[in-house]
Design a protein around this ligand. Structure first.
Ligand SMILES: *Cc1c(COP(=O)(O)O)cnc(C)c1O
Length: 459
């Protein structure tokens, strides 16, 4: 016989499953402790599970054949809704989910041809010119829907090395019930990025830290475990681990395929510039649901622990090194465990679906120069890493072609782009306004007590 406590635990698990089938609720389990099972709402509000474990859906819902084979018969909004509906289950009413997904993708996401073999999905026409806008917009709207009937005020606390903070700030701008506090390292984000963090005002506050990104992140982690802070504030995080930021990234793989199929018969090789591996993991998930793809490529800079693993089956996380594509400077990518889960830890299957390449800074700059002179297209460092990786793959595998994900606008990384092309990149009109606005920040030292005082004052 099992001890009583285990029986009780098993019974409650069965109950959750049965209820989830009856009510069409997707259940998410903690990858570190499968006994922790939560709804979409809880996963969204909590961000992560016990022991910092990531949540993962207990079913990978399949696309209807009629849908995936006829994407061009569906509007972009309908595609986005079909993509997300099973994950939100009945926790967000259909009509509201439709509104949320329409808001999530209400800017252009064009697939453009660079040369005969390589196209680019431009994901950078959103409000902060970064692909992170898509996940952040979906998450902020879902969170504010879930909080609407609770009378708590939530504080979203994030540390950013540049892009995340802007997308999160914009996503939550003027959202009632939510305050956003962003920590960033002084003098270490680009001018455009800084304005995106500091000029919004309203419910968004920016704290400029005399220190590094790692200092910011350490202070944020300390805040999450500080009793006094947690007694007076309801803190939540908006990093890419949150399922409400991770899952909506599937949407644009479908939108890309819809465009791809207009001019191509063969399936695309999909190449994703990768740091924390949330983006490529969403793509692979979409593939498991039925999205046709020839192959996936994880394109990394010199932070190459995953490409090394894919080549040797030796998984060894390394210390982060600084590169030109700094949003991908991640030594220990947190979403990789989700990829292993999708493949049920079967290395051979993983290896036959995903390849990894590591591209150094010299090659990155050379790629920006070459692509600009040969094809007149301006890449920024992250997309350049992806271009170089896909180019290598197509050389090694003649006859294959595909697309890269363009994750940021070149104007966000002007130093590298100007160095490689000798052109000055013009600010898009949407930014001209922002650049004229005043920067508002509080400056602190890399001292947790200073952060704590500010947070407690806010209450
Ligand atoms: C965040 C980011 C990436 C990496 O995305 P992951 O989902 O963390 O792999 C790539 N490019 C840019 C510009 C980014 O901001």
């Amino acid at each position: 016989m099992y001890p009583k406590s285990i029986l009780q635990e098993l019974k409650s698990l069965v109950k959750i499953r049965i209820n989830s089938i009856k009510t069409k609720t997707m259940i998410y389990y903690n990858l570190k402790d499968k006994k922790e099972q939560v709804t979409f709402k809880t996963a969204t509000i909590k961000g992560q599970g016990k022991e910092k474990g990531l949540f993962f859906p207990n079913v990978i819902p399949q696309f209807e054949k009629d849908f995936i084979e006829n994407l061009n018969h569906f509007s972009d909004e309908e595609i986005a809704f079909q993509c997300m509906k099973d994950f939100a289950g009945n926790e967000i009413p259909e009509s509201i989910l439709k509104e949320i997904v329409s808001q999530t993708i209400n800017f252009d996401i064009p697939l453009k041809k660079i040369n005969d073999k390589i196209s680019i999905l431009e994901l950078f026409h959103g409000p902060t010119l970064a692909f992170k806008d898509i996940g952040a917009r979906f998450m902020s709207q879902s969170l504010s829907y879930f909080l609407k009937d609770e009378d708590k005020k939530v504080t979203v606390l994030v540390a950013t090395s540049g892009d995340t903070g802007g997308a999160v700030a914009h996503g939550f701008y003027k959202t009632s019930g939510v305050n956003v506090v962003i920590l960033y390292p002084k003098n270490r984000v680009s001018p455009v990025q800084e304005k995106q963090l500091t000029a919004l005002g309203e419910n968004i506050s920016a704290i400029e830290v005399n220190g590094t990104f790692d200092d910011c992140q350490t202070m944020v982690k300390q805040a999450f475990s500080d009793q006094e802070i947690n007694a007076s504030l309801f803190l939540t995080s908006a990093n890419s681990i949150n399922v409400a930021r991770w899952l909506p990234q599937q949407i644009y793989y479908l939108l890309a395929l819809k465009q791809w199929q207009k001019t191509n018969n063969e399936n695309p090789v999909i190449c994703v510039p990768s740091g924390n591996f949330g983006n490529i993991c969403a793509g692979i998930l979409t593939h498991f649901r039925g999205l046709p793809a020839e192959h996936f490529i994880a394109a990394c800079n010199e932070n190459d622990s995953i490409p090394t693993y894919l080549n040797t089956q030796k998984l060894e996380y390394k210390k982060t090194v600084a590169t030109l594509s700094n949003a991908m400077d991640v030594g220990h990518p947190s979403n990789f465990v989700r990829i292993l889960e999708i493949f049920e830890n079967q290395f051979k299957n993983l290896q036959s679906t995903v390849s990894g390449y590591s591209i150094n800074d010299d090659k990155t700059l050379k790629t920006i120069t070459d692509v600009y002179t040969k094809y007149g297209y301006t890449l920024e460092p992250h997309s350049a890493v992806a271009f170089a990786a896909l180019e290598k793959y197509t050389e090694e595998n003649p006859g294959k072609k595909g697309f890269i994900l363009g994750t940021a606008h070149p104007v966000k990384f002007p130093d590298a782009v100007e160095k490689a092309t000798h052109i000055t990149i013009e600010l898009p009109e949407s930014l001209a306004d922002l650049m004229n606005k005043e920067k508002k920040t509080v400056e602190i030292n890399a001292d947790f007590e200073e952060l704590k005082r500010i947070l407690l004052d806010k209450n």
